[in-house]
Ligand binder design. Structure first.
Ligand SMILES: C[S@@+](CC[C@H](N)C(=O)[O-])C[C@H]1O[C@@H](n2cnc3c(N)ncnc32)[C@H](O)[C@@H]1O
Length: 259
């Protein structure tokens, strides 16, 4: 069932770079998600596709009772190292290893769109969330509004086999809401926001963007040198006068409740 085997290998292949160079840029997005979902003191909170635990760390600072799951063993190991003793599972989001109705808040931050069937993954998120609780999905918006996606795909598409997949349905307006409805979740709210991702310098940004699943796929096919040679010029336009690299992005989110 699901994509955990394949996705886990791709996302785990550069786990240390992901946690050191990519994840810190996302802290403002994690904080925004936790605010939107109402994560605070005592909230029983599950992050699906938790990666190296970036959102979970911030939730732990809010004294939430945290749990996580991800398909990438190397990322799960980092998350467990940072958050010892917390239930952070290696597994498949379409078949969650958690009992029914145990969480107040369940999130997927750029995660549900990697499921074989995102509707099944959202239904599972709804199963483990209590009645009246909160399921929140966040995803990047359309490529023309999201420099993160423009830079990534502009650089790496030439290294990948041609694909008919097109952009993720979650990137278009209403895409997340439609999937939540199909998963039997009751709509509560949805919206979009702009957020910049900032990296210390060009070299750090190349390491950060070279650590994603798609970059690791390109690396398997074309080699590390080709990936770095593609990302370097693609990230150059975003270098600021102070040397930092800053990309502006549009993110979409929706909140629903199990009914
Ligand atoms: C874009 S990353 C986001 C990671 C984290 N939410 C963050 O924002 O830092 C997507 C994550 O989803 C995980 N993932 C992909 N497919 C999965 C699946 N079928 N089951 C569980 N996790 C999956 C990947 O391993 C990866 O860590």
């Amino acid at each position: 069932v699901g994509t955990a085997g394949a996705q886990g290998k791709l996302w785990g292949a550069s786990a240390e770079d992901w946690s050191e160079f990519q994840e810190p840029a996302w802290v403002p997005v994690f904080e925004r998600v936790l605010d939107l979902a109402g994560v605070g003191e005592g909230t029983r909170y599950l992050d699906i596709g938790c990666g190296a635990g970036g959102a979970l760390l911030r939730a732990a600072e809010r004294n939430a009772e945290i749990a996580g799951i991800d398909a990438a063993e190397a990322l799960v190991e980092i998350a467990r190292r940072r958050l010892p003793g917390r239930p952070i599972e290696l597994g498949e989001m379409e078949e969650l290893p958690f009992p029914d109705r145990g969480f107040d808040v369940v999130t997927g931050i750029n995660a549900f769109q990697f499921a074989g069937d995102p509707v099944v993954a959202l239904r599972e998120a709804g199963r483990v969330c209590r009645h009246g609780g909160t399921v929140l999905a966040l995803a990047w918006g359309e490529r023309e509004k999201c420099e993160l996606m423009k830079a990534t795909f502009g650089a790496l598409s030439p290294l990948l086999p041609p694909s008919n997949d097109g952009p993720s349905p979650f990137a278009r307006p209403g895409g997340i809401e439609d999937a939540m409805r199909s998963a039997g979740l009751g709509r509560r709210d949805s919206g979009a926001f702009e957020a910049s991702l900032a990296y210390a310098d060009h070299a750090s940004a190349v390491r950060a963007f070279g650590s994603s699943g798609i970059a690791n796929r390109a690396r398997q096919l074309a080699g590390d040198r080709a990936v770095r040679d593609a990302l370097g010029p693609a990230l150059q336009p975003y270098v600021q006068p102070d040397g930092r690299v800053v990309l502006s992005n549009h993110f979409r989110w929706a909140v629903a409740t199990p009914v």
